[in-house]
Design a protein around this ligand. Structure first.
Ligand SMILES: O=C(O)CCC(=O)C(=O)O
Ligand SMILES: [Fe+2]
Length: 248
């Protein structure tokens, strides 16, 4: 269903990226190098955020799939969430595929990462929607297949409603023997909160991460865009968690 849109998402995103000074981008990159995580406040221009929320709400309403399971390949951590996969967004979203296709965005992420960032070669991992909307909904501890996640916040719970991102370094993902608890015991956990319109960039392959359960009727809606390093492109990749969460 492709109706024409009044605003050009790529133009708006690229204008926003150009508005960051060189010093600001360098600070983002330093933060990312030091912590594996950097928040980009107010990344989405207001007019794009409003349209993106409307577009995504309609898609979640029509195509969202409720998941409630323990993920074996990440040590039986919980997934209680509503998801929409790439194959649906590619057809239905007026904005998300266009944003992902932005070369300005890819170059910005390359600057943040300090190395070449590429689009994920496997379509189902490129972009997905994840919606936490019932008390107790959570995206439990896991690592990602590819190196980088760029997450756009469309709806953010308040502080009392939770839904924070937590990350913990020091481990790596053995899919047959995921050592989640060992990684948590050996590392320290950092907790982050974003507002609607913010984005974050995460080294999602090296840092164990999760979204804490939401409470008090909180609503959280994000777009997760996956990006690959050159090493990822050269490696054999399997996609267990994506298959379970986003394939239908
Ligand atoms: O919802 C988030 O902020 C994280 C999403 C995530 O980690 C994932 O989809 O792999
Ligand atoms: Fe992840």
């Amino acid at each position: 269903m492709n109706i024409s849109v009044a605003i050009d998402p790529q133009e708006l995103i690229e204008a926003r990226i150009s508005s960051f000074g060189k010093d600001e981008v360098e600070k983002f990159a330093e933060e990312f190098a030091a912590k594996g995580f950097v928040k980009i406040p107010e990344f989405l221009p207001k007019e794009l955020l409003d349209d993106l929320i409307e577009d995504s709400d309609g898609i979640v309403e029509r195509f969202g799939k409720d998941k409630n399971l323990l993920m074996k390949s990440t040590g039986n951590t919980p997934r209680k969430m509503r998801t929409v996969g790439q194959h649906i967004l590619a057809k239905e979203s007026q904005y998300i595929p266009q944003i992902y296709a932005s070369e300005g965005l890819r170059e910005f992420l390359t600057d943040l990462a300090g190395q070449a960032v590429h689009r994920a070669p496997w379509p189902p991992e490129k972009f997905v929607l994840s919606n936490l909307y019932r008390d107790g909904d959570t995206h439990g501890w896991h690592w990602d297949d590819y190196s980088f996640a760029f997450v756009l916040y469309l709806k953010a719970p308040s502080i009392s409603q939770g839904g924070f991102v937590q990350i913990c370094g020091g481990g790596s993902w053995d899919k047959k023997n995921p050592k989640v608890n060992e990684t948590l015991l050996n590392g320290s956990i950092h907790t982050y909160r974003c507002e609607a319109g913010d984005a974050y960039f995460l080294n999602a392959q090296k840092f164990l991460h999760r979204v804490t359960p939401i409470a008090n009727n909180g609503k959280r809606l994000i777009v997760n865009m996956t990006w690959a390093s050159q090493a990822d492109l050269d490696a054999d990749m399997t996609h267990e968690t994506n298959d379970v969460l986003f394939a239908n």
